[in-house]
Design a binder for this molecule. Structure first.
Ligand SMILES: Cc1cc2nc3c(=O)[nH]c(=O)nc-3n(C[C@H](O)[C@H](O)[C@H](O)COP(=O)(O)OP(=O)(O)OC[C@H]3O[C@@H](n4cnc5c(N)ncnc54)[C@H](O)[C@@H]3O)c2cc1C
Length: 533
């Protein structure tokens, strides 16, 4: 890696944008494969993103044929039969390898009564602190508090780096010329205040779309996390022990964490407060829960509530594509996108390949982040090797950019609030119908037109975040219109059933003109796993 005269201008073989689990695994793998690597994050690598403040269950299954087949079959129907079992096997294999590495690096997995490590869960703070250490050990240059704002492309349309801001000390611009770039910027949760999601505004989606990248599954973007109304902690696994109640303590019929979320949403939509009480947990489960996910209990301890014996008010917070499954379209096993030199990993990429239309309990996301990160890092390093010595000197083309440096000052705060009014309400995004989707799209398209040619000299990052949220909402809702059925988390009130003829992906893309088209892969020609067994 070389530094030019300008200290904020760097060169590397591979630039990784985003330093959550996907980005750190990508950076580690690329460096191990001999690439020089820069890793740039909007926040501080090790504490930023959805995993870092949380604890994640991991889709970790011993390499035993029956256990693996069961693990795949268990989620096929839930995911609307869109997942691809070959990708499922690959992710289970890679996750197994990577968690062995994590153990070798010293992660303190708990041990069961037979002395065997339990590797089905990772504590975010410990895991991400470890990942920060290992990427630095293999020579990755880490740029903290350095959000990327735009990608650089050459005359052939290949991605050759990025530009961004350094917010450490006096704000400065940075440029990294690279031979390949990995987008690992996480999903888009529209600044809903869900835990760890304050940095997840779809920036990578917008940057990639500006270079022509495509998306897949953006209709599966309406994950809502269940959590206490007074806190941002949307860890929902322990709500399997909950009964949901009215203020007077009477139980709400049909309300549940897994299958009764719609009932909860309908009550909240009608303005009826909903309470939860984790009274179905036995003594052993209560003890286990405190040890397994201590951060789940912090908001309760703070206000002196015992969630096992005292009911507390809950809400559903939009997590968008973070625990949805849509994202950048992956076209090969190295996690390449449709744009040369651009790779995608983690929540920024589509997870339909392993989850289909629904992530359910969530452990697939963590497995996907580590696996896709590894493959994208390897793919980017291999691509960089073919790029040639002169790649860093090829002239850079300026593409179509939104919300960055136009003459008109953008009211980013107002724009963000306006987008949130379109994507937060349950009766727009959780329960969808064509008239409401079109109604939102009229306004969202108008916001897009408004921000074209605008910029913000004072807060360019906020302007880009606002633009990314508008763009993401448009891909989401156009895809939701194109999927004329209900499947997985995508619920159309006018089409409550799943239509077997729509067992395909919905691809999308475009900036001024957003397009969608169906895409059927070989996996969709196969019978369902349960039928095949
Ligand atoms: C409350 C909660 C609980 C969850 N529980 C589970 C679970 O139990 N099991 C599971 O499998 N999954 C779970 N998930 C999902 C899981 O956390 C994510 O799938 C995982 O974090 C994805 O990793 P990532 O690296 O793709 O994204 P993230 O971890 O979100 O990291 C993205 C990184 O990109 C950076 N970034 C964003 N924009 C830019 C930019 N412009 N420039 C530079 N950097 C940028 C961010 O700062 C961040 O560090 C949970 C999510 C939430 C919100």
């Amino acid at each position: 890696m070389t530094s030019s005269r300008d200290s904020d201008s760097l060169q590397a073989d591979v630039l990784v944008i985003g330093g959550g689990p996907a980005g750190t695994w990508a950076a580690w793998q690329a460096a191990r494969d001999g690439a020089t690597v820069v890793l740039a994050d909007k926040g501080y690598v090790g504490t930023s993103g959805a995993t870092a403040p949380s604890g994640t269950g991991v889709w970790y299954v011993e390499p035993e044929a029956v256990a693996r087949e069961n693990a795949l079959a268990a989620r096929e129907a839930l995911g609307g039969h869109l997942a691809d079992r070959d990708w499922g096997h690959r992710v289970l294999d890679q996750t197994y390898i990577n968690l062995q590495r994590v153990a070798d690096w010293g992660y303190p997995f708990p041990v069961d009564e037979h002395g065997v490590q339990r590797r089905t869960s990772l504590q975010g703070p410990d895991y991400m602190k470890l990942m920060r250490r290992v990427v630095r050990q293999v020579g990755v240059k880490v740029l903290d508090h350095s959000p990327a704002l735009e990608l650089l492309t050459d005359g052939d349309g290949a991605v050759v780096g990025a530009r961004g801001l350094s917010r450490l000390g006096a704000a400065r611009d940075w440029t990294v010329r690279a031979k390949a770039v990995v987008i690992a910027t996480g999903g888009c949760a529209f600044l809903s205040k869900a835990l760890g999601c304050n940095v997840l505004t779809g920036d990578g989606h917008l940057m990639a779309a500006e270079t022509g990248a495509e998306f897949s599954g953006m209709e599966f973007s309406n994950a809502y996390g269940l959590g206490p109304a007074h806190s941002s902690v949307t860890k929902s696994a322990f709500y399997r022990w909950a009964t949901f109640r009215y203020a007077d303590g009477s139980v709400i019929d049909g309300a549940g964490s897994k299958h009764g979320r719609s009932v909860i949403a309908k009550h909240l939509q009608a303005g009826t407060p909903v309470y939860a009480l984790l009274d179905l947990a036995n003594e052993e489960e209560r003890r286990f829960a405190r040890g397994a996910q201590p951060n789940f209990f912090l908001p309760f301890d703070r206000i002196g509530v015992d969630p096992f014996t005292q009911q507390f008010q809950v809400t559903l917070r939009l997590e968008g594509t973070v625990r949805g499954t849509g994202g950048l379209r992956i076209v090969d096993e190295r996690c390449a996108t449709t744009v040369p030199g651009l790779f995608a990993a983690g929540d920024a990429a589509t997870r339909e390949l392993i989850c289909g239309a629904f992530t359910g309990g969530g452990s697939h996301n963590a497995a996907w982040a580590t696996s896709s990160g590894t493959w994208a890092g390897a793919g980017a390093a291999a691509f960089a090797k073919t790029a040639g010595a002169l790649a860093h000197t090829r002239p850079v083309r300026r593409d179509d950019r939104a919300g960055l440096d136009g003459p008109r000052v953008l009211d980013s705060t107002g724009l963000i609030a306006a987008v949130q009014r379109e994507v937060f309400p349950y009766d727009r995004n959780l329960f969808r119908d064509p008239a409401t989707l079109r109604d939102s799209l009229v306004r969202l398209d108008g916001y897009w037109e408004h921000l074209r040619g605008a910029g913000s000299a004072t807060d360019r990052l906020r302007a880009r975040e606002a633009a990314a949220m508008v763009a993401t909402a448009r891909w989401m809702y156009r895809s939701a219109l194109a999927r004329d059925e209900s499947r997985g988390m995508h619920k159309r009130t006018d089409r409550p059933a799943t239509d077997p003829s729509q067992r395909h992906h919905v691809l999308s893309g475009g900036l001024d003109a957003v397009w969608t088209r169906p895409h059927r892969s070989a996996a969709h020609e196969q019978p369902f796993l349960a039928e095949a067994a």
